[in-house]
Every structure is written in C-alpha cells, then in structure tokens.
Design a protein around this ligand. Structure first.
Ligand SMILES: CC(C)(COP(=O)(O)OP(=O)(O)OC[C@H]1O[C@@H](n2cnc3c(N)ncnc32)[C@H](O)[C@@H]1OP(=O)(O)O)[C@@H](O)C(=O)NCCC(=O)NCCS
Length: 169
C-alpha cells in the first residue's frame, strides 16, 4: 500500500541515501545530516516521505511552509525507483497537504530543463512552466539555469472539482 507521511529525524538516513544515488547526482542537491536536522527543526520546512508498505520509497522537502507571503517552494523531491508513477502520487499528496493545511497561494519549483522525466511528472499534477531562471541553482560548483514551474491555488482547486469529498477553500 502506498501512503505519504510527514518526515522526521528517523528518515534522515533514507533521505540522504536517496539524495546520493549516483544516477541523481546531476539532478538533485544533497545535504549533510546537520543541515537536514536543522531544517526539520525549522517550522519553515516540511518533510514528506512516501512509503510502499513499511518501506520508504521517496521524499519531498518543502521550504517556506506557511510563509506570510503565501508562497511555498518544493525544494527537493526524489523517489528511489523513478518512472513508475510514485513521484506523481507523492506530489499529489504533498500538493493537497500544502493547499489544505496552509494558506499558500503559489507552490513553485525549479527543475533543470533537461530533466524531462521530472518536468512531465510536474506537468501531470498541474504545474505550469513559467520560464527560465538563469543561474539560479548552484550544484557541484556550477551555476545552472532552472525552469520555473508553479501551481496556483485556483488551479489546484479547479483540478479537484471532480472530487466533492474534498473541501473547496
Ligand atoms: C522527479 C521524480 C520525483 C518524478 O517521479 P517519477 O515517479 O519518476 O514520475 P512518474 O513516473 O510519476 O512520471 C514520470 C513521467 O516522465 C516519463 N518518463 C519516465 N522516464 C522517463 C525518461 N527517462 N525520460 C523522459 N521521460 C520519462 C513518464 O512516462 C511520465 O510521464 P507521462 O505521465 O507523461 O507518461 C523522479 O523521477 C525522481 O526522483 N527523479 C530523480 C531525482 C529528480 O530528478 N528530482 C527532481 C529534481 S527537480
């Protein structure tokens, strides 16, 4: 069974191992344990972990959770076995959580333009491409361009109109 829970310190080893998968090296950033502990202790961050049964299979880190500007960033997301729909399922639950649990208006992220798999996953849950932010990511001592994508509250609400059981904030 697939479910998504809030992450805590016990999940740090799994998150660090996933960030460090060799095939993700050019796709996602990596933090050390102290950085993750600090973020977990900071109310401006929210960690989510996807599980298949009891096995963790992916994570998402949101920054600016509950921010007074009503803008939240998907800072990082990765699943252990990409391309099987797990990322889309994790994203859907994270999106519902942020729009239901906070007053966020804009949920956004940056993706390397060549990361077609991630872009397609984001588009499939409603994110729209907005443009290229030049040199906005610093990874492995290189400044890289990112495609900015975002999902606004009215778009999220419209996407849920077929699910009357959900609230309509
Ligand atoms: C980004 C990520 C979380 C998405 O999760 P996922 O489980 O792979 O996504 P899904 O399987 O739900 O959807 C992937 C989409 O890309 C397509 N896809 C799968 N493999 C692909 C590939 N190698 N190249 C291009 N597209 C691919 C799938 O067909 C699907 O699109 P579709 O619905 O239009 O058919 C996951 O790929 C991942 O962890 N990647 C490594 C880390 C990473 O890139 N993180 C994001 C940084 S911004």
């Amino acid at each position: 069974m697939f479910d998504v829970v809030r992450g805590d310190e016990s999940m740090i080893p799994f998150i660090m191992a996933t960030e460090r998968k060799p095939e993700f090296e050019s796709l996602v950033g990596r933090w050390g344990e102290a950085r993750h502990r600090a973020a977990l202790a900071d109310s401006g961050y929210a960690y989510f972990v996807a599980r298949h049964g009891s096995e963790p299979i992916g994570f998402a880190i949101l920054r600016d959770w509950g921010s007074p500007e009503h803008v939240t960033l998907v800072k990082r997301i990765a699943v252990c076995r990409p391309g099987r729909g797990y990322g889309r399922s994790l994203l859907s639950k994270v999106i519902d959580a942020v729009f239901e649990e906070t007053d966020v208006w804009r949920l956004w992220l940056g993706v390397f333009p060549e990361n077609t798999r991630a872009r397609r996953a984001y588009e499939s849950v409603g994110f729209k491409a907005e443009g290229i932010a030049r040199g906005s990511a610093f990874l492995d001592d290189i400044y890289k361009d990112e495609l900015v994508m975002a999902l606004l509250r009215p778009e999220w609400r419209a996407g849920r109109c077929n699910f009357p059981a959900h609230s309509n904030r």
